[in-house]
Write a protein that binds this ligand. Structure first.
Ligand SMILES: [Zn+2]
Ligand SMILES: [Zn+2]
Length: 242
């Protein structure tokens, strides 16, 4: 199983950049984790977007879902030309009124509100979801590959919490947002800092890819904030073996 970074900025893209979007590739298919700004155009370098088995939206902030609209237009064009049928499953936080709105806005997707602790299968993985600690409902996910049993945790946007610790206890590679550096981190906020992410990666002895890089900082700023070789700074188009 590998995860390819398509967009690694947040909460807005750098010039010619893209916000959150990660393509997971297994022998059983493709899964998109989040669909941020600028991500749709980058999918085509790796696969046909209509062949994606499932989309997972960690939460409904724009930097994680704004390209759902153009993805839906793409599927509409294909459907009208007789080249696409059905709907792509999209796993989202279980908020009934939000799901009703999404179903109306993006009719070429089938929205599934995830259950805490429920197990879902798609794209050569099984997925377990857990609500984490952000300003709106944000669900982290552990994807375990059907072949090989490798475990990728994607935590979306979150601050520290017990549910994040539970996900990280069984994990081979952690992909997570940590936009803050140093004193920007607030204990009560909805995000991790680079230093906090590093502490957790060391504590749980896992490899981590730090993403959701805020364009007010340079890549070098993030590199200077972490010391452990367990933590890599996400790079667009780079593939990480889980
Ligand atoms: Zn975000
Ligand atoms: Zn967010």
């Amino acid at each position: 199983m590998e995860v390819i970074v398509l967009g690694c900025n947040g909460p807005y893209p750098s010039s010619y950049g893209a916000t959150a979007g990660y393509l997971v590739r297994t022998d059983g298919g493709f899964t998109m984790l989040d669909m941020g700004s600028g991500v749709f155009a980058r999918i085509g370098k790796l696969c046909k977007p209509e062949n994606i088995s499932a989309v997972v939206l960690s939460h409904l902030h724009f930097d994680h879902m704004s390209d759902m609209g153009v993805f839906n237009y793409y599927l509409e064009v294909l459907a009208k030309a007789g080249k696409f049928r059905g709907r792509i499953p999209c796993y989202v936080p279980p908020v009934a009124e939000e799901i009703a709105r999404l179903e109306a806005q993006y009719p070429y997707f089938r929205f599934v509100g995830v259950k805490e602790g429920g197990v879902y299968q798609f794209g050569g993985v099984h997925a377990e979801f857990s609500r984490l600690n952000h300003g709106v409902p944000n669900y982290g996910v552990r994807l375990t590959s059907d072949i090989g049993g490798r475990r990728l945790v994607y935590s979306g946007d979150t601050n520290e919490c017990a549910a994040l610790n539970r996900l990280l206890r069984e994990c081979d590679l952690w992909l997570g947002s940590a936009p803050f550096i140093g004193k920007e981190y607030k204990g009560s906020g909805g995000h991790l800092s680079a230093e906090k992410m590093e502490d957790l990666a060391v504590k749980y002895q896992i490899r981590a890819v730090l993403t959701h890089l805020c364009p007010v900082h340079t890549e070098k700023d993030y590199e200077n904030a972490v010391f452990s070789e367990r933590v890599q700074i996400a790079k667009a188009f780079k593939s990480y073996e889980v």
